[in-house]
Design a protein around this ligand. Structure first.
Ligand code: C5P
Length: 228
């Protein structure tokens, strides 16, 4: 195979995409693109610099002046112009800012090439909202992962409480619904399954069951592509 194979895993916030993508990538020895972290880092940069999200020129300028680095301070870390912003990136604020900035065409355009550059080595697992529809339309396998909004809010609540962070379930539920609406209704790259995507509803499934399903689908796709 001459071109690096890609598995795209798109879906709703809290559907388990992040964990599942990381495990699939680790199992296959593939690279991982957590595109949400790029949007979160950009959102935090805009927040810190008090950028007006209605001013597209300010967003374009911002993109010229920031450098985002992953993993430089250890696995999962994010540096913004040399400053470790990992905790902010993963916070509720990071998610909210990412969803706002993700609705701005200039921001999506600016992150386009950065995302393509992750396609390297033996393979790539790309986690996001538009990985299969816009960024890697030629991916070998496209997954659309979902779960009921109640289940996703409960998972997030448990994660926060386990980390010792206060959380209010009805607030998380409301925020998730708002974010789903913004992600699905935006004009550029709205969240929707790619035509050929396999949809997996993880509401009643364990993480490992979903990982096994993705790996099994990938091995079928690879076998088919070798027969061609
Ligand atoms: O996946 P994660 O929850 O980290 O994404 C945070 C937000 O970033 C999403 O709600 C979405 O609005 C935005 N995003 C996006 N396109 C992507 C990845 C994330 O618009 N490819």
């Amino acid at each position: 195979m001459s071109i690096t194979p890609v598995i795209t895993i798109d879906g709703h916030s809290g559907s388990g995409k992040g964990t599942i993508s990381a495990r699939v990538a680790e199992h296959l020895g593939f690279r991982l693109l957590d595109s949400g972290a790029l949007y979160r880092a950009l959102g935090i940069a805009a927040y810190n610099l008090k950028i007006d999200l209605n001013e597209s020129i300010q967003i374009t300028e911002l993109m010229k002046n920031i450098e985002i680095k992953f993993g430089a301070n250890g696995p999962g870390t994010v540096l913004l112009n040399g400053e470790d912003i990992t905790l902010m990136v993963r916070s509720e604020l990071g998610g909210k800012m990412a969803s706002k900035i993700g609705a701005i065409p200039e921001a999506r355009k600016a992150l386009f090439d950065m995302q393509l550059a992750f396609r390297d080595g033996p393979g790539l697992v790309a986690d996001g909202r538009d990985m299969g529809t816009v960024i890697f339309p030629d991916a070998l396998l496209k997954i659309f992962l979902t779960a009921s909004v109640q289940e996703r809010a409960e998972r997030r609540y448990k994660q926060l409480i386990d980390k010792g962070i206060d959380a209010i379930l009805p607030d998380l539920l409301r925020d998730l619904k708002e974010r789903d609406k913004r992600d699905m209704e935006r004009i550029v790259s709205p969240l929707k399954p790619a035509e050929e995507a396999v949809t997996i509803d993880s509401t009643d499934l364990s993480i490992q069951t979903v990982v096994d399903q993705v790996l099994s689908l990938f091995s079928t796709v690879i076998k088919k592509s070798l027969q061609r």
